[in-house]
Ligand binder design. Structure first.
Ligand code: BJ8
Length: 439
């Protein structure tokens, strides 16, 4: 039944074409995208063995990712609410929800839109950036088409410059992030930026962000982060009760699904996984090497590395990534009730995100060490996207830390194409042999 559901184009095309037309989408190109996505999901995610029953919900979400969820956004907009698109976990979603808006992720994880982007942008640019820009150009991403405002941020140079071009296609507000976020000066600066973003959201939505509203939205997002942390902690068990690919998929979906419903569904899944852990049931072989993937974010449908690692017989137990631990590790913890207190709580939370765009970023090195211990990791696969200087250079420090813990590390630098899949597979297999030799 699910396979049929994932043959999206014929079924969805009928039902959702008027909505997609309303969103000014390129229907023909979009059909090609949906077909490719459906086939990829059906061949990579669905054949996994012993998946938890509760994954049914997340499969359904993917099967309707350009359908039902987009329809929900259209209904919200028809009721006068705004949709805010974002590219980075530095964009404080708590403020968007406090303004009665909805935030959706727009990061590109597909090769599909890269050729369109390369007609404008240089080829030697990060694939994540080319992917999202291409999606806006070719009008095949319904989340872009549904956004009333998009929020960029001055993290890496590639993104920063592309936001200037993106602003020609859709209103793009750029948050200036402090590059030394942990210093008193950095925090003061970020506080001012959050105040300005709050004012922008109030202008766009026409709604005042009150302390009460902000408190509510902090709780809403904290609950989502807590559910994801609960899932992550379950993956730390040995054997891990859920595959790395499914764990990653849930983190990816967290950026687009309805927050309350998503949180409830992740908790339902965790209840099922609790039971598996109690019975000592796992998804991979007992001696499957336990791998941490650390590095650049993997936006949906970037499943390339995880599927290769799994097929080679290893188990990815944690992603040290913004689509992973960096998103949910810390909660917003207000120390008072005023809007200022709540904004300061946001400053404290967001300044702890250990992204390679910031300096110094010792917090990340520490986090990798701690995660390696908590998850009983036997090897690290360092994942960097081509032309991402920040993550590429930071690999040096992560490798030193891995060495100090006597952990083997494999660095993979790749894009969204499949051209290097066979080569990555060979390197992963050789890496796993080293780990097995140490077991
Ligand atoms: S907080 S990781 S989500 S910036 S991969 S576009 S850095 S060249 S995505 Fe990120 Fe926010 Fe940091 Fe996280 Fe540039 Fe590198 Fe590409 Fe990147």
């Amino acid at each position: 039944m699910l396979n049929t559901r994932l043959k999206v184009s014929e079924i969805m095309a009928e039902k959702y074409v008027p909505m997609w037309k309303n969103l000014n989408m390129d229907i023909e190109k979009h059909n090609q995208l949906l077909n490719g996505l459906g086939q990829y999901y059906t061949s990579v995610v669905l054949p996994q063995k012993n998946r938890p029953k509760a994954m049914g919900y997340f499969d359904f979400v993917v099967s309707e990712i350009h359908g039902l969820r987009v329809q929900e956004l259209a209904e919200l907009r028809a009721a006068g609410k705004k949709v805010i698109g974002a590219f980075c976990i530095y964009a404080p979603e708590e403020l968007a929800y406090a303004a009665d808006a909805t935030m959706v992720g727009l990061c590109g994880g597909a090769d599909f839109s890269v050729p369109d982007a390369e007609a404008v942008l240089p080829r030697n640019l990060c694939p994540l950036i080319k992917s999202f820009y291409g999606f806006r150009l070719n009008r095949t991403c319904p989340y872009f088409q549904s956004s009333d405002l998009v929020v960029g941020e001055t993290t890496c140079d590639g993104k920063k410059k592309v936001y200037e071009l993106l602003n020609e296609l859709i209103p793009t507000y750029v948050l200036e992030v402090p590059h030394k976020p942990d210093t008193p000066k950095g925090k003061e600066f970020w506080f001012k930026e959050l105040e300005a973003f709050k004012a922008e959201l109030e202008k766009v939505t026409g709604n005042k962000i009150t302390a009460e509203k902000l408190k509510e939205s902090i709780e809403l997002i904290n609950n989502k982060r807590k559910a994801l942390k609960r899932l992550s902690d379950l993956r730390a068990k040995s054997p891990s009760p859920i595959s790395g690919l499914d764990g990653l998929l849930i983190d990816q979906i967290s950026f687009n699904d309805d927050v309350k419903r998503f949180t409830a569904k992740v908790n339902e899944l965790c209840d099922e996984l609790d039971e598996r852990v109690r019975k000592g049931e796992g998804v991979a072989a007992k001696d499957a090497p336990r791998i941490m993937v650390s590095g650049c974010p993997m936006a949906i449908p970037n499943w390339k590395l995880h599927s290769i690692v799994q097929e080679a017989g290893a188990s990815v137990v944690v992603e040290e990534s913004c689509v992973g631990t960096r998103y949910f590790t810390n909660l917003v913890e207000p120390k008072g009730d005023s809007v200022n207190d709540l904004l300061w709580a946001l400053v404290e939370k967001y300044s702890q995100i250990p992204c390679a765009c910031f300096t110094p970023n010792d917090r990340r090195v520490k986090s990798v060490k701690e995660l390696a211990e908590q998850f009983k990791v036997e090897g690290i696969i360092y994942y960097t996207l081509q032309n991402c200087h920040d993550y590429n250079v930071e690999a040096v420090k992560i490798e030193r830390a891995a060495k100090a813990q006597d952990l083997p590390m494999l660095k993979i630098e790749t894009d969204y194409g499949t051209g290097d899949a066979a080569q990555i597979k060979t390197r992963v297999e050789a890496f796993l042999e080293i780990i097995r030799g140490k077991q």
